[in-house]
Design a protein around this ligand. Sequence first.
Ligand code: PLP
Length: 386
Amino acid sequence: MSRVIYLDHNATTPTDTRVVEAMGTYFNEQYANPSSIYKFAQEANEAKEIARDKVAQIIGAKPNEIVFTSGGTEADNFAIKGVAFANRNKGNHIITSKIEHPAVLNTCKWLEKQGFEITYIGVDKYGIVDLDELASTITDKTILITIMHANNEIGTIEPISEMTKIAKQKGVYFHTDAVQTVGKITTDVNELGVDLLSLSGHKFYGPKGIGAIYIRKGTKIDSFIHGGHHEYNRRAGTENMPGIVGLGKACEIAIKERETDEKRIKILRDRLYNGIAAAIPDIILNGHPKHRIAGTLNICVKYVEGESMLLNLDLEGIAASSGSACASGSLEPSHVLLAIGVAPELAHGSLRFSMGHNNTEADIDRVIEVLPPIVKKLRAMSPFGK
Ligand code: PLP
């Protein structure tokens, strides 16, 4: 396989070799069902609980507040549907933002069909949720607020702890989709003040198909997947043991390494932006200049299509994105860029580079070398001129 310059870490990350190694045993050596009663199974169960401790540790939770899921999407569905149905007697109103991941937005849209009322609140030009709008949108029917910790497309970090203060005053549950922050920046459930939080292994060098939901003790929530008595009766199904052990290992590594990683990645991100901005006129930075996760650089390049730039970058062995992976392939401009006020024609010219711990300065310099001629060529062919 030829080496790709991989700049799409917000879509997924490579699984760390230490994680792969830790998982290996749990396929065909220690393959017991952790619910069985013999010693061999109890050993599997112990490994599961060690992993749970590590997941709890990375977000400052208690182990019995962690439930393993199949990933971020399931955790989001569980949090939102679970709280919605368990608290229906209190009210039917949920607040979210216009820039959430489809795992949240489409769950909310589905709930609308079940009789729930959803308010999609706006954000400013950097993607920050308006706190006054949030406060004034809460009614006596509001049961849940779900706002992401950091946005996957533009990287903006939301002031969650300020929002949870508002929610608490009004007795409303608060869920945050922290899929893009856990493992990358400090994400502590008590500092944030959230009742529920979603995380996903494959965004921070863990395996795909495993995640977790944090449920603060005392939160009224219905089960989402019914069956056996797994996961404190909250999420049925024989556990994905290799995944769980892998997630635990990814948390252990991130706790030790994320700070150093973050500093290094931020330098790469700024090097990339400065290099591109110096060589290409008419580009716009999307997302908050300061309150942004280190690895994310989202830009709009005027007068060209994001898809065309991506294809040309791909020919050079560079993997990037023009929005979220889930939204790409559709011709609709990014809902996130539209929400921050980017004009639709400009939103079509967006590029997202997301850096990770394998990237080097040489990777960045290669992009700075190849992107300007690509843009020049595409602009020369563009009907919009320049
Ligand atoms: N939420 C956010 C913010 C994401 O970026 C993603 C993945 O792209 C998800 C949820 C979904 O997570 P998973 O891929 O683990 O289902």
